[in-house]
Design a protein around this ligand. Structure first.
Ligand code: HEC
Ligand code: HEC
Ligand code: HEC
Ligand code: HEC
Ligand code: HEC
Ligand code: HEC
Length: 397
C-alpha cells in the first residue's frame, strides 16, 4: 500500500521529467482555454478601473497562453521521442572507449567469501545461503534438499553416487563432479524445478554421461569465480564476493569508498553495468579466447573491450522480458549514456526487485508493462530461456 502511494507521487514526477502523461495530449486544450477564457476577462472587466492594469492583464494572459502553447508542444515532441515502443535509440557511444581490462592477465589474488563472511555474517551472511548467486553451485553435503531430488531418480542410482556438487536452484538442477584442480565434469541429466524447488521432471536421465570439457569451455566463467583464461580452471566454485566486489582492500573497513558497490561507490553507471553484464549478457563472446564468457573480468574493468555482444537483442520482440530487459538496460547505459543501472531496480543481497517501481519511467518499463495505457499490474508471466545454459528445451523424459 505504502509502496503504491510512493509510486503514484513519484510517477507524476516521472511524467514531468519525460513529458509522458496520459492527460497531456488532451488536458491542455480543453482545460486551459476554458478556465482562462471565461474566468479572466469576466473577473477582470469589472474589477480593474485603469486601462493600464487591464492592458497589463491582457498581456499577462497572452503570455500565459503563449507559454502554455510552447510547453505543450515541447512535451508533445518529447513524448514522440520517448513513447514509441519500436523506436531504436541511435547508438552514440563506443562501449569500449573508457577504462582498461585484465584480458589474458593472471587472476588477481582475492579475499575469499569465507573471510568476508567472518565479518559480514550479520548483514550479508544471513541471506547469502538463500541468494541465487550464493546457490549457483553448492557442495553435496550443504544441500540435503537437492540430494533428496537426486536420490529420488532411480535411473541415476549408480551415476548419482559420483555427484559431488549441485548446479542451479530455481529452474533447473544440474550435477557436477571434480576432475582435478578447478575443473568439473558436467552430467547431461538435469532435473526441472518449480518455484518452490520442487521437482517437476527429468531430462536425459535415461543415458547419464559425464562431459569433461563442457563445463570449462562453456559454463565456468559465469558460474564460478576467478577462471584462468589459459587453463580454464576456476579459483572458487560458485560466486565468490570477488565476482561483484572485485579485489577488496581490507582498508575498506575504514573507508568504504575503496570497495566496489559500497554505498559510496556504486554511482559509476558504466563500471557497475560492466560488473553485472559480465555474466548476464548470455550469447556474448570473448574476442581473445572465443569462449562464451569474459576473459578474466575484474570489477572496475571495461567488459566491452574484450567481450562482444549483439545489442540488437534488445529489439528482439520474440525474446522474453526477463532476458530482453537486461540487453536493453546494458545498451541504454553503454551506448546511450543513460544512468539507470541494474541497481536502480535490483537489490542483490535482499533478493528484491521491488525498488523498480520507483524508477524513472523509460522504454525499459514497456518490456514488461503496457506503458501506453499506463498499466503497472504485475507483468504477465514469461519464461526465461537459454540455449547456452541448456534450459531452452521443455522436452521431458
Ligand atoms: C555468459 C555467462 C553464462 C554462461 C557462459 C553460462 N551461464 Fe548459466 N546462467 C547465467 C546467468 C546470468 C543465469 C541466470 C539467468 C536468469 O535467471 O535470468 C544462468 C542460469 C543458469 C541456470 C539456471 C539456474 C536456475 O535454476 O534458474 C542453469 C542450470 C545454468 N545457467 C546452466 C549453465 C550451463 C550448464 C552452462 C554451460 C553449458 C552455463 N550455464 C553457461 C550465465 C551464464
Ligand atoms: C552478484 C553480485 C554480488 C555478489 C556475488 C556479492 N555482492 Fe555484495 N553487494 C552487491 C551489490 C550490487 C551491493 C550494493 C547494494 C545495492 O545497492 O543493491 C552489495 C552490497 C554489499 C554490502 C553492503 C551492505 C548491503 O547489504 O547493502 C556488503 C557488506 C556486501 N555486499 C558484502 C558481500 C559479501 C560478503 C559477499 C560474498 C559472500 C558479496 N557481497 C557478494 C553485489 C554482490
Ligand atoms: C575484518 C572485518 C572485515 C572483513 C574481512 C571484510 N569486511 Fe567488509 N566491512 C567491514 C566493516 C567494519 C565495514 C564498514 C562498516 C559497514 O558499512 O558495514 C565494511 C564495509 C563493507 C562494504 C560497504 C558497506 C557500505 O557502506 O555500503 C562492503 C560492500 C563490504 N564491506 C564487503 C566486503 C567483502 C566483499 C569482503 C571480502 C572480500 C569484506 N567486506 C571483508 C568489515 C570487514
Ligand atoms: C559471476 C557471474 C555473475 C555476476 C557478476 C552477476 N550475476 Fe546475477 N546471476 C548469475 C547467475 C549464474 C545467476 C543464476 C544463478 C542460479 O540460479 O544458479 C544470477 C541470478 C541473478 C538474478 C536472479 C535472482 C533470482 O533469485 O531471481 C538477478 C536479479 C541477478 N542475478 C542480478 C545481478 C546483478 C544486479 C548483478 C550486478 C551487481 C549481477 N547479477 C552480477 C551470475 C552473475
Ligand atoms: C527498470 C528496472 C530494471 C532494470 C534497470 C533491470 N531490471 Fe532485472 N528485473 C526487473 C524486474 C521488475 C524483474 C522481475 C522480477 C520479478 O519477477 O519479481 C527483473 C528480473 C530480472 C532477472 C530474473 C529473470 C528471471 O525471471 O529469472 C534477472 C536475472 C535480472 N532481472 C537481471 C538484471 C540485470 C543484470 C540488470 C542490469 C543489466 C537488470 N536486471 C536491470 C527490473 C529491472
Ligand atoms: C523485467 C520485467 C519488468 C520491468 C522491466 C519492469 N517491471 Fe514493473 N513489475 C514487474 C513485475 C514482475 C511486477 C510484479 C512483481 C513486483 O511487484 O515486483 C511489477 C510490478 C510493478 C508495479 C506494481 C504494480 C502493482 O499494481 O502492484 C509498478 C508500479 C511497476 N512495476 C512499475 C514499473 C516501472 C515504472 C518500470 C520501468 C522503470 C517497470 N515497472 C519495469 C516486472 C517488470
Amino acid at each position: 500500500m505504502a509502496v503504491k502511494n510512493i509510486f503514484k507521487q513519484n510517477r507524476s514526477d516521472v511524467d514531468k521529467r519525460i513529458g509522458k502523461s496520459p492527460r497531456l495530449p488532451h488536458s491542455p486544450s480543453p482545460h486551459l482555454p476554458v478556465s482562462l477564457t471565461p474566468h479572466l476577462p469576466v473577473s477582470l472587466t469589472p474589477h480593474l478601473p485603469f486601462s493600464t492594469d487591464r492592458l497589463r492583464a491582457i498581456v499577462l494572459c497572452a503570455a500565459v497562453l503563449l507559454f502554455t502553447f510552447f510547453a505543450v508542444s515541447r512535451m508533445a515532441r518529447a513524448q514522440q521521442t520517448t513513447s514509441s515502443p519500436t523506436a531504436t535509440p541511435a547508438p552514440q557511444l563506443n562501449p569500449a572507449a573508457w577504462g582498461s581490462n585484465h584480458a589474458g592477465k593472471e587472476v588477481p589474488e582475492f579475499v575469499t567469501s569465507g573471510e568476508c563472511l567472518f565479518c559480514h555474517r550479520n548483514d550479508v551472511g544471513t541471506t547469502w545461503g538463500k541468494n541465487a548467486h550464493g546457490l549457483t553451485i553448492v557442495q553435496r553435503e550443504d544441500a540435503p534438499q537437492f540430494k533428496e531430488i537426486l536420490q529420488g531418480q532411480s535411473k541415476l542410482a549408480a551415476t548419482g553416487k559420483e555427484v559431488e556438487f549441485f548446479f542451479g536452484s530455481r529452474h533447473r538442477l544440474r550435477f557436477l563432479k571434480k576432475i582435478g584442480y578447478g575443473k568439473f565434469a558436467l552430467l547431461n541429466a538435469q532435473a526441472t524445478l518449480a518455484t518452490n524447488a520442487k521437482i517437476t521432471g527429468w531430462l536425459n536421465a535415461d543415458n547419464p554421461t559425464w562431459d569433461k570439457e563442457k563445463f570449462a569451455n562453456s559454463c565456468a566463467g559465469c558460474h564460478t569465480t576467478g577462471v584462468d583464461a589459459k587453463t580454464k580452471a576456476f579459483s572458487s566454485f560458485g560466486h565468490d564476493c570477488y565476482a561483484c566486489h572485485g579485489v577488496v582492500d581490507l582498508e575498506h573497513t575504514n573507508d568504504t569508498s575503496l570497495i566496489w558497490l559500497s554505498k559510496k561507490r556504486k554511482s559509476d553507471a558504466l563500471a557497475v553495468t560492466s560488473i553485472c553484464a559480465s555474466c548476464h549478457l548470455r550469447e556474448g563472446k570473448s574476442k581473445s579466447t572465443g569462449l562464451p564468457y569474459p576473459n578474466n573480468f575484474v570489477a572496475g574493468d571495461n567488459l566491452f573491450q574484450d567481450f562482444q555482444v549483439d545489442f540488437s537483442q534488445a529489439d528482439n520482440e520474440s525474446l522474453n522480458p526477463g532476458d530482453r530487459h537486461v540487453y536493453r538496460n546494458v545498451r541504454d547505459v553503454v551506448m546511450n549514456g543513460k544512468q539507470v543501472t541494474c541497481l536502480n531496480c535490483h537489490v542483490v543481497h535482499a533478493n528484491s526487485s521491488s525498488k523498480h517501481r520507483l524508477t524513472v519511467k523509460t522504454q525499459i518499463c514497456s518490456d514488461c508493462h503496457d506503458t501506453e495505457k499506463n498499466i503497472y499490474k504485475p507483468a504477465t508471466p514469461y519464461t526465461v530461456k537459454s540455449a547456452l545454459c541448456e534450459y531452452d528445451s521443455v522436452k521431458m523424459n
